[in-house]
Design a protein around this ligand. Sequence first.
Ligand code: PLP
Length: 424
Amino acid sequence: MQKVPFITLEQAQQIIADVPTPFHLYDEKGIRENARRLYKAFSWNKGFKEYFAVKATPNPYILKILQEEGCGVDCSSYTELMLSEACDFKGHEIMFSSNVTPVEDMQKAYELGAYINLDDYTHVEFLERVAGIPETVCCRYNPGGVFSLGNGIMDNPGEAKYGMSEVQMESAFKKLMAKGAKRFGIHAFLASNTTYNEYYPTLAGILFELAVRLNKATGAKIAFINLSGGVGVDYAPYQPASDIMAIGEGVRKKFEEILVPAGLGDVALFTELGRFMLAPYGHLVATVLHEKHIQKDYVGLDACAANLMRPAMYGSYHHITVLGKEDEPCDRIYDVTGGLCENNDKFAIDRPLPKIEVGDVLVLHDTGAHGFSMGYNYNGKLRSAEVLLKEDGTHELIRRAETADDYFATFDCTPFWPRLHGGQ
Ligand SMILES: *Cc1c(COP(=O)(O)O)cnc(C)c1O
């Protein structure tokens, strides 16, 4: 599908007059409409809830929008729990799906009354020792081997560090029951960024059958099944988009087929989507600083891999639109780069684009999830601002850009600190 930015050049210029590029821009309208579609797709399940994966876009404004749409939060660290607490997520509105969990993180999750999702069998005793056993506990499943859909291998759980085997799940449930747990959740994340509509239904089938077996073997009351994240987005125009209505319907069929006949028709379904909830509703907006023509034609932006790491890290495709030139022919071939001293700091390689000039404003699409949040400070580059485009068309700064003071702040334990802050 053709990729159209959610802002025009004129809108971008208005925002830039207020917040200089580069910045991450989020589309409130798109976020809300998409969340409503997800809830509609799973409306057949009474207890359905999406726990937004905070790591994808850890900004309180975004979390509040999703909270208004009925979502909870999925956290994996102490600071993500703090952020969720500050946004008034309470108790079972918080899922804690961590691994290699520090003591303080586990204690914080317990104190907040979150659903705790145990990554390992040994975490039963760990949880009891450092916090306590809640009435409802979730365990994360790893089936091992390879995970395939009709059209080929999707991922390799046998190589994944997460979760526990079925035998371990069974003893974890028994142990937890002996220690007072009364209700159980089952969780698994088997493939990332899949745009195959069969992913969730296939995963659901595996987890529903597991739930039936665990329920039989242990008598444990299964309260919920958490399909986790992994529903993908169409980063490239030639990719299919996920069809969330078809996905919801596919999961419903498995539910009717497997859980209902086993007497488990009251199980609630949860998701922990990050990318699907936010990626398409974020743009990284950047300005062309320089062009150069050597063996290839380059345009260099004021954004770099420190603002959006996916292309450098995974070779990911992010579509690019030159604002104001949407209808011009893409008759030039460019490498679009940032300014890191790393040759992999390229947002696009050999990309057909319209003729670009210094000062042009570019939109990098689908940066709303795992965009800003994967940012870092290499080469002394500072993190960008985040801006919300509201439903009424106005914009709001929802995180300011980092300054040199922020970058140097952790030298406050050294004698260099005053001079790094403009002192003597
Ligand atoms: C990263 C993660 C998610 C979200 O994944 P997406 O690909 O963004 O949907 C959900 N659950 C867990 C445990 C994760 O680690």
